[in-house]
Design a protein around this ligand. Structure first.
Ligand code: DAT
Ligand code: MG
Length: 140
């Protein structure tokens, strides 16, 4: 397996409930290393651009509103097979389907307010990391 980097977002529903540390601990316990991290407040335009792939979906407006409502913590996670590993630690999109021990099983409020975002493939990971971070901000 290759050393990979993936983009993670701790969403507003989780930052609001002071869950940032508990969520980062889940990444670290799984062997993922935080190589970049910042807390930001996305504008609706920025959240909309980040989730542009979903713009035709019925939940797009709600998603953009939730993602821009309060601060998020964006991070680059690094590790062997980091993209898939992060998706495993996150759990299924709908917390009702998420496995025991996953972030979404433990913390998500609903399918929309599901506490974390994670890139789903090497191409999207590269794009999403570039969306938030310059090379200088990533320290492996
Ligand atoms: P994931 O975040 O697991 O990659 P996704 O890319 O399919 O899931 O969707 C992006 C986000 O959009 C998801 O985390 C929450 C929201 N979302 C997806 N499906 C939804 C639905 N049926 N109702 C409300 N929000 C939804
Ligand atoms: Mg997705």
């Amino acid at each position: 397996m290759a050393l990979e980097r993936t983009l993670s977002i701790i969403k507003p529903d989780a930052t609001r409930r002071n869950l940032t540390g508990k969520i980062v601990a889940k990444f670290e316990e799984a062997g993922l290393r935080v190589v970049a991290s910042k807390r930001i407040h996305l504008s609706p335009a920025q959240a909309g651009a980040f989730y542009a792939v979903h713009k035709e979906r019925p939940f797009y407006g709600e998603l953009v509103a939730q993602m821009s409502a309060e601060p998020v913590v964006v991070q680059v996670l690094e590790g062997e097979g980091a993209i898939l590993k992060n998706r495993e630690v996150m759990g299924a999109t709908n917390p009702a389907n998420a496995a025991e021990g996953t972030i979404r099983k433990e913390f998500a409020l609903s399918i929309g307010e599901n506490s974390v975002h994670g890139s789903d493939a090497p191409e999207t990971a590269a794009q999403e990391i570039k969306f938030f971070f310059s090379d200088l901000e990533i320290v492996g």
